[in-house]
Design a protein around this ligand. Structure first.
Ligand SMILES: NC(=O)c1ccc[n+]([C@@H]2O[C@H](COP(=O)([O-])OP(=O)(O)OC[C@H]3O[C@@H](n4cnc5c(N)ncnc54)[C@H](O)[C@@H]3O)[C@@H](O)[C@H]2O)c1
Length: 256
């Protein structure tokens, strides 16, 4: 990776910004000239990444944000503007799968369904809702919502995860239509099977890894940076006429 200026002067909030795809996005965005708020619930990883990114000047700050809590969203957006004067880009990346998200339809219990929806769907609405007034003041902005290929297609497992990621996908289109007059673009990114802390357990199981590799025409699973580059494009002014679209980054997994 090399440094550049694709996000020069932009201020960004990346949720789940301390790990996996979010961490890679935070790092790439700093390299491209942005000031980044790493918003996460993992204090250890968030503080460590803040220190790493600030080695040559203050370009990042970690803020604890449970994305399911509207009052915390308001505080983080206010702090961002107090610190850097503006908010240009929001990446709604925080997400969860785990046992709660991976249960089949008959094994799904409502409390788990609600917990998965709170992080993967409701939080995407809360973040977008809170960011819009701040972006409007700048004359525009970009929201990138990290959904999944599982928000487009089904699989043998994971009713709540699929449904919650599908909701994030169509929410993005509704918000795109509603805020285009404000020059605020809203798009979704749909990663395929990517090696991150979230998938460490399942991708360590040879049978599952081999099955996922067999589903991937490009012959390898994804890296966080594969996804971060797509998020960068949609976040940047290069995508100035792109809104309400869905960018699948999956090595061809759902092209079959
Ligand atoms: N890894 C994959 O194969 C894959 C595939 C498709 C989509 N995704 C999506 O990509 C996104 C990033 O996932 P990842 O694989 O990098 O996982 P990850 O577990 O490495 O990172 C997720 C981050 O979200 C944070 N988070 C979780 N709940 C939160 C909350 N309530 N408030 C704030 N932060 C919270 C975690 O602390 C963590 O830092 C998720 O939305 C995930 O569903 C991942």
């Amino acid at each position: 990776m090399s440094s550049g200026n694709r996000l020069e002067g932009k201020t960004v909030i990346v949720t789940g910004g301390a790990s996996g795809i979010g961490e890679s996005t935070s790092c790439l965005f700093v390299e491209q000239g942005a000031r980044v708020v790493i918003a996460d619930i993992d204090d250890a990883k968030g503080n460590a990444l803040e220190a790493e990114l600030n080695q040559n000047g203050e370009v990042a700050m970690y803020r604890k944000l449970d994305v399911t809590q509207e009052s915390q969203w308001v505080e983080v957006v206010e702090e961002t503007i107090a610190k850097w004067g503006r908010l240009d880009i929001l990446v709604n990346n925080a997400g969860m799968s785990g046992a709660k998200g991976r249960a089949t339809v008959e094994d799904t219990i409502v409390q788990n369904w609600d917990a998965v929806f709170a992080v993967n769907s409701t939080a995407v609405m809360l973040g977008t809702k809170t960011a819009i007034p701040a972006m409007r003041k700048n004359g525009g902005g970009s929201v990138v919502n990290v959904s999944s290929i599982f928000g487009i297609v089904g699989s043998p497992m994971g009713a709540a995860y699929h449904a919650s990621k599908g909701a994030a996908r169509t929410f993005s289109k509704a918000a795109a239509v509603q805020y285009a007059p404000d020059n605020i673009r809203v798009n979704s990114v749909h990663p395929g099977f990517t090696d991150t802390p979230m998938t460490l357990d399942i991708h360590s199981q040879k049978e599952i890894r081999d099955a996922r590799l067999a589903m991937t025409p490009m012959g390898r699973l994804g890296l966080p940076i594969d996804i971060a580059y797509g998020i960068l494009y949609l976040a940047s002014d290069e995508a100035g006429w792109v809104t309400g679209t869905e960018l699948v980054i999956d090595g061809g997994e759902i092209a079959w």
